[in-house]
Design a binder for this molecule. Structure first.
Ligand code: OOB
Length: 535
């Protein structure tokens, strides 16, 4: 026995009566995610599954590689239900290891390449992970050093597997390759854990089951018209829900298409990849969409294969939406989703106006949407309010976070998204703002609480408040207002301080302001609205 508690301690399942309805409707098909690839390999054994500099791997080859990987993990002592932290850049090993873990019945905890010690240590502890799968280096960052630091502080983390040069750890490609049989994996079990964009304090984990996540991928693939001819380019970090399952990597595998992975989303390398692999679909955040549109002026790659550009993660301005088809020649699809579940898509046959002015409508006929005022009452149709939701692939509680859950969910199980929306009679949603204290920096969510907590650890800082300020490229940038008690730190010093504390770089401030006091609300909380208005 390797675990002191099982994976499902701290997991909030969807209540039985709902689960039965979702099964009866065919949303939950009772098949574990590892089977998605198995079925594809049966149906399209010789079609390309993974495209890579080194060549093409067919479905038959990918399927066999995933089995070998599963045996390898089991041979190292990983057991079904064990959590394994995964932190990889967009490389083919991500896909192979993901399916290897799923087939071993282990639970990948999908962290982002930008996460640093603060996040990795916290997520290791929260998930109870026994192993960490990472890369040797990404850019000039050595992940083996990070692994050593985390392992020294979290003894439960027994093993580190490395893609590339393993240093003192175990090379992923040195794992044994065969075994007798693979475990039966129940479809109701946790398949993966995703990291929340975060509203308060440290990041939280979202446990997604095989049943719910499989539905997410299959239904998304259907809406996007995915098929064996498609080539999906994973441009955003593969561990993020959007490129992973909306329909992304999983949706592509379920429908026999090919996957290419991009490690550098600059127009130059992205356009080269699109031309080379004849990419048909990819997904980006709004700043990247804008940059790619602009880059068609100076890059002359052949983008004619691209049929669909999915844009989401942050609000896409209408003016930018309108330039996508004329410049890139692809249909635009707006995607308003969250790791917590609910995904909204504009449909391929929606009018141009709907595609350019809304963030889409829910994926599932059984996604339940409420738009409520500050007291929790439904607003009249078409008016602005907070989006609440529940449905066949939306969480009922964060993993091991009972106190937070009592605030984030209504008693009848709706998730309070913190997003302000209006809903059109067609069901399409328009995102108009946000009530949660999060800065959306080009699609990456920065929790203000988390950043402020780190800042307050600085000896010179007495009070700290982080606010998002409008930015033409990123949508919002991170502005920090400080009240200090000794010499004012510079922005560079502060960034170094946060780096030393192990905080991911995308959460660092872009701008710094100093003040003698912060405005407070009636209950004595920092009045962010007033603060923002004063900047
Ligand atoms: C996606 O997921 P997360 O979990 O990183 O972030 C979710 C939050 C949403 O609650 C909302 O505040 C914001 O990001 N957001 C958008 C948006 N898409 C996400 N705000 C305005 N317009 C949009 N289109 O970001 C995500 C997950 C799956 C698919 C797409 C995005």
């Amino acid at each position: 026995m390797t675990s002191t508690s099982t994976a499902h301690d701290g997991f909030t399942p969807i209540p039985t009566e709902f689960a039965e309805a979702y099964r009866a409707a065919g949303y939950w098909d009772g098949r574990p995610l590892g089977e998605l690839l198995r079925a594809a390999a049966r149906q399209w054994p010789d079609r390309p599954a993974l495209l890579d500099e080194a060549g093409t791997r067919s479905y038959r080859e990918l399927d066999a590689a995933a089995d070998r990987m599963a045996h390898g993990f089991l041979a190292t002592g990983i057991e079904p239900g064990d959590r394994v932290l995964v932190q990889l850049p967009n490389v083919p090993e991500f896909v192979v290891a993901l399916f290897g873990l799923l087939r071993a019945g282990a639970i990948p905890v999908l962290t982002l390449p930008a996460h640093r010690r603060a996040e990795i240590e916290h997520l290791t502890e929260l998930s109870g992970a026994v192993a960490y799968l990472t890369a040797d280096r990404v850019g000039d960052f050595d992940h083996r050093e990070l692994a050593a630091q985390v392992q020294a502080r979290v003894p439960r983390l027994r093993q580190v597997f490395v893609v590339g040069d393993p240093g003192p750890f175990t090379a992923l490609d040195s794992l044994p390759r065969d075994g007798d049989s693979l475990p039966e994996v129940p479809a109701g079990a946790i398949a993966v854990m995703l990291v929340s964009g975060g509203t308060t304090g440290l990041p939280k984990l979202i446990a997604r089951t095989h049943d719910d996540y499989g539905y997410n991928a299959r239904a998304s693939a259907e809406i996007c018209g995915f098929g064996p001819q498609d080539v999906y380019l994973a441009t955003l970090p593969a561990a993020h829900n959007f490129p992973l399952s909306c329909p992304g990597i999983l949706g592509t595998i379920g429908t026999g298409g090919a996957i290419a992975l991009l490690s550098d989303p600059s127009p130059e390398s992205a356009f080269a990849a699109i031309e080379r692999h004849r990419v048909t679909v990819t997904s980006v955040v709004p700043p990247l969409a804008q940059l790619w549109c602009a880059a068609t002026e100076w890059e002359d790659a052949d983008l004619s294969s691209l049929r669909l550009l999915q844009v989401g993660g942050a609000k896409l301005a209408e003016a930018n939406a309108r330039t996508v088809r004329p410049t890139l020649g692809a249909t635009l699809q707006q995607v308003f989703g969250m790791a917590e579940g609910l995904i909204n898509y504009t449909r391929l046959d929606d009018s141009d106006d709907l595609v350019c002015t809304t963030q889409g409508r829910p994926l599932s006929p059984d996604d339940e949407i409420r738009v409520v005022d500050a007291s929790g009452n439904d607003v009249p149709p078409g008016e602005e309010g907070e989006l609440l939701t529940r449905g066949p692939y939306t969480l009922r509680g964060y993993y091991r976070a009972p106190e937070h859950n009592s605030r984030s969910f209504t008693p009848d199980g709706y998730y309070r998204s913190g997003d302000l929306v209006r809903q059109l009679p067609s069901g399409h949603l328009i995102v108009s703002g946000r009530i949660k204290d999060v800065i959306n920096r080009g699609g990456e969510n920065v929790s203000c609480d988390e950043l402020e907590e780190h800042l307050l650890a600085h000896p010179a800082i007495r009070h700290a408040a982080a606010v998002g300020l409008p930015d033409p490229v990123l949508g919002e940038k991170v502005c920090v207002v400080l009240v200090t008690q000794s010499e004012n730190p510079t922005l560079a010093e502060l960034r170094q301080f946060l780096t030393d504390r192990g905080l991911a770089g995308f959460k660092h401030p872009d701008l710094l302001h100093f003040s003698t006091s912060l405005p407070l609300t009636a209950v004595g909380k920092i009045d962010k609205k007033a603060l923002r208005a004063s900047l």
